[in-house]
Design a protein around this ligand. Structure first.
Ligand code: FES
Length: 84
């Protein structure tokens, strides 16, 4: 089964890091080959529950249904390495 990385392209997440999905797709391909499918998405609904005190902040992605916060490209690669 292919793993699915859903990348929020909603306004809050977009403003947190700018347009990064093209670069992210390249990085994912380099690190994981075809094991991970990158899928853009509208708002994942997490920006309304942001809590900076517990470090739950945008940008957000979802990996196989699990939300990952602070999802900079470096953090995404690090988190996926733990899960794969
Ligand atoms: S804009 Fe990304 S979770 Fe809402």
């Amino acid at each position: 089964m292919k793993n699915k990385l859903t990348v929020c392209c909603g306004t809050t997440c977009y403003l947190a890091v700018g347009n990064r999905i093209d670069r992210l797709e390249q990085l994912i391909k380099q690190e994981f080959g075809d094991k991970v499918e990158v899928v853009p998405s509208g708002c994942l609904g997490q920006c309304s529950v942001v809590n900076k005190e517990c470090d739950f902040a945008p940008p957000f992605v979802k990996f196989n249904g699990e939300i990952i916060s602070n999802a900079t490209n470096d953090n995404i690669i690090k988190e996926l390495k733990k899960r794969l």
